[in-house]
Design a protein around this ligand. Structure first.
Ligand code: SF4
Length: 378
């Protein structure tokens, strides 16, 4: 039994949350921050990473577990579970007098009725998704595009049919996979509703791509990016600042700008390098093979990159690792960390001005990567 706390509902209504304890779906460990900002539904289409070799990552986020394709049947069952949870939430909303709307008060009443729902990940994700309009979906894990195209198409179509409110479906994609996939198949996926791809460019420098075992060349990155654009996807390319350390900073920045200029993606998202024990790149560091840059040196690298960019992309600093500050009290980050970032070329000068500002701020004001990852000895 639950009391309606506010709104149009009757003073006393009854409902049961028992069914929700039997409904769940599989969720992978990560998603891009922008998908969190969009309150995307997280749906696991594949498991783990099909490559697992990049030396700055090593698939650690997936515990280095083996890559697995999931069957379309299993993914559809998960989509059905999402629907069943949503239907239960809406049924409670109706009972409370909210006409099926997924309002905060509905969630509060349900959690009062059954406190275990607070820790029920499937319930929390679906509630949040519907509370914010059920518009965007992120297909997990690291390289969903590797699914056979007919299977991925079936998943995308089933999702859109089950939830007509969906406006955007996104996924991670390895550039190598994108480059290999026929353009016609990419176009089919894009027309069916897979709308945005997140690609880890990391760097456009061939020597560095090889050093970090990214498994893709700069030319393949360009081919993949251009194909994604031509097929009609919105494209986010992720760049790893300081990937080459002090020694390769200049070539990293210049060649990354060169590749990005060729692709001209919709979004360029900066993710400064952070390494820790267990990563091959960390071993390089401990053996003196990699010298990490200081905050000002990293900023200088961003400056070289930005100066050489001739794109119409939005350049985004939407991650806490972009930890440069504008004043000594560390009250304001240097760059806004919004998901839409700075629109180029219109805001290129503004970004360059901010960089100069950051270079004028005493270096100790900016947070060093060692503080961020809790490794003070770095
Ligand atoms: S492809 Fe992505 S998830 Fe896989 S190892 Fe490389 S960076 Fe990590």
């Amino acid at each position: 039994m639950a009391y309606s706390t506010s709104g149009n509902g009757p003073g006393l209504v009854t409902f049961d949350t028992e069914k929700l304890s039997h409904c769940s779906f599989e969720v992978g460990p990560i998603r891009p921050p922008s998908e969190g900002g969009s309150h995307s539904l997280l749906l696991r289409a594949t498991r783990n990473c099909s490559w697992n070799r990049c030396r700055f990552c090593y698939g650690m986020i997936y515990n280095r577990e083996k890559f697995e394709l999931r069957s379309v049947e299993d993914i559809k069952k998960d989509i059905d579970a999402v629907k069943a949870i949503a239907d239960e939430i809406k049924a409670v909303s109706w009972k409370l007098g909210y006409g099926g709307a997924v309002k905060a008060d509905v969630g509060i009443a349900m959690i009062r009725r059954d406190p275990s729902l607070r820790a029920n990940q499937s319930f929390v994700i679906v509630f949040d998704w519907f509370h914010f309009g059920a518009r965007t979906v992120f297909l997990q894990d690291a390289n969903t595009l590797i699914m056979p195209t007919d299977q991925l198409l079936e998943v995308v179509r089933y999702l859109k049919k089950t939830f007509p409110t969906i406006e955007r479906i996104t996924s991670y994609a390895r550039a190598k996979t994108l480059a290999k996939k026929p353009l016609e198949e990419l176009k089919e996926l894009s027309s069916a509703g897979l709308s945005r791809l997140h690609v880890g460019l990391e760097t456009g420098d061939d020597e560095l791509l090889s050093n970090v075992d990214k498994g893709v060349t700069a030319a393949e990155h360009i081919e993949a990016g251009k194909k994604a654009k031509e097929a009609g996807f919105e494209l986010s390319e992720y760049v790893m600042i300081d990937l080459g350390g002090r020694a390769r900073s200049e070539q990293h920045a210049r060649n990354t700008a060169r590749v990005l200029n060729e692709i001209d993606p919709d979004f360029i998202r900066l993710r400064p390098l952070a390494i820790g024990p267990g990563l091959p790149l960390y071993e390089d560091y401990t053996q003196g093979l990699l010298q990490l840059s200081s905050p000002h040196e990293r900023l200088q690298e961003v400056k070289t990159l930005v100066e050489n960019l001739h794109v119409t992309s939005s350049v985004c600093f939407d991650h806490f690792l972009n930890s440069w500050y504008r004043d000594s009290d560390r009250r304001y980050t240097l760059f806004k960390q919004e998901y839409d970032g700075y629109k180029f070329p219109q805001e290129k000068d503004k970004v360059l001005q901010l960089i100069e500002e950051g270079l004028r701020v005493d270096e100790s004001t900016h947070i060093h990567v060692k503080d961020l990852i809790g490794l003070a000895h770095l």
